[in-house]
Design a binder for this molecule. Structure first.
Ligand code: DGL
Length: 290
C-alpha cells in the first residue's frame, strides 16, 4: 500500500482554549506544507483548575475526535493535557502523540547550552504544577539545576477574556508572582508552561523584572515542539510532500467561533503572515468515537 495518503493527512492540534492556536500558528510557520486540524475546547476551558480525571476524559474525547478526522499525528498543545494525559493517550491512540513538556525542557536545554545559569521557574496552571511532569522532566534532563514551579490560575481567564494587555493584567500578574520573592535559588529563566502565558509575555516579563529586580528570559516550547514534530514525521517518512495546493487548515472551537477568531486573529497573522483561517463550531462528546 502506498504511504502517500498518510503523508498528506493533517496534523491534529488540541488545546483547551484559544492559546493553543499560538502553537498551531508556529507549526503552520515551521511546517508550511503540513495540513492542520485544530480543536480548542473553549466551552470547557480552563482545564488547569480541573481534576486529573476530567482533564484526561476531555483530552481523550478531543484526541479521538482528531483521530476520527484522519490526522497522522496529534500534538497536545495544552500543557495541562500534556502533563496529565500524554502517557495514557500514547498507549491508546493509533497515531503518534506529542506534548509540550519535553518541548519546554528542550527550550530550557537551549538556554542552558547558551550559558543560562540559575534556577528555572516553571509558570503553569495548578493542574500542571500538581502533576509534576515538568519538575520530573527537568530534574531528569538537568540534574543539579534548581527548579521552582508556580501555579498562576488567573492568567488563563485574562487571556481568554482578551484582557492580557490591559492594566488589570499587570496588577494580577504582580499578585500571582508574589511567591517568587521568597524562592531560595535565584531564578535564571522562566519557562512559560501554559499555552496562554506567551500571549501575556509583556505582563509576565514586567512582573518578573519588578519582583526579581532584573530581567530574565521567558522560554516556551512552541518552536521546540515544531522541531520535534518535524523530526518525528521525517523519521516515519510522514512529512507532507512539498508543492501543490496550499495545505488545508481547519480550526474548530467548542464555543463561539467569532469570539475565538477575535482573540486569535492578531497573533496568528504575526506568526504565520497570513489571515486566520475560518473557525468552525464543534461539539466534542457527540463526535468522539468510544
Ligand atoms: N491550555 C492550558 C495549558 O496549557 C491552559 C488553559 C487551561 O487551563 O485550560 O495548561
Amino acid at each position: 500500500m502506498s504511504d502517500l495518503p498518510l503523508r498528506g493527512a493533517p496534523i491534529g492540534v488540541f488545546d483547551s482554549g484559544v492559546g493553543g492556536l499560538d502553537v498551531a500558528a508556529e507549526l503552520a510557520r515551521a511546517l508550511p506544507h503540513e495540513a492542520l486540524v485544530y480543536i480548542g475546547d473553549t466551552a470547557r476551558v480552563p482545564y488547569g483548575t480541573r481534576t486529573a480525571e476530567e482533564v484526561l476524559r476531555f483530552t481523550r474525547e478531543a484526541a479521538r475526535t482528531l483521530v476520527g478526522m484522519g490526522v497522522k499525528a496529534v500534538v497536545l498543545a495544552c500543557n495541562t493535557a500534556s502533563a496529565v494525559a500524554l502517557e495514557a493517550l500514547r498507549g491508546e491512540l493509533p497515531v503518534p502523540v506529542l506534548g509540550m513538556v519535553s518541548a519546554g525542557v528542550e527550550a530550557v536545554g537551549e538556554w542552558a547550552a547558551g550559558g543560562g545559569r540559575g534556577a528555572v521557574l516553571v509558570l503553569a496552571t495548578p493542574g500542571t504544577v500538581r502533576a509534576e511532569a515538568y519538575q520530573r522532566a527537568l530534574a531528569a534532563a538537568h540534574p543539579g539545576r534548581a527548579v521552582h514551579a508556580l501555579a498562576c490560575p488567573l492568567f488563563v481567564p485574562l487571556v481568554e477574556e482578551g484582557w492580557a494587555a490591559r492594566p488589570i493584567s499587570a496588577l494580577i500578574t504582580a499578585e500571582q508572582l508574589r511567591g517568587v520573592e521568597a524562592l531560595e535559588a535565584p531564578v535564571g529563566a522562566a519557562l512559560l508552561g501554559c499555552t496562554h502565558y506567551p500571549l501575556m509575555r509583556g505582563a509576565i516579563g514586567a512582573g518578573l523584572t519588578s519582583v526579581l529586580g532584573r530581567e530574565v528570559p521567558l522560554l516556551d516550547g512552541a518552536r521546540a515542539v515544531a522541531r520535534q514534530l518535524e523530526a518525528l514525521l521525517r523519521a516515519r517518512a510522514l512529512l507532507a510532500p512539498p508543492g501543490g495546493a496550499p495545505p488545508a487548515r481547519a480550526l474548530h472551537t467548542t464555543s463561539d467561533p467569532a469570539r475565538v477568531a477575535a482573540l486569535a486573529a492578531q497573533f496568528w497573522r504575526a506568526r504565520v503572515g497570513e489571515p486566520l483561517p475560518p473557525i468552525a463550531p464543534l461539539t466534542l462528546s457527540a463526535l468522539a468515537p468510544s
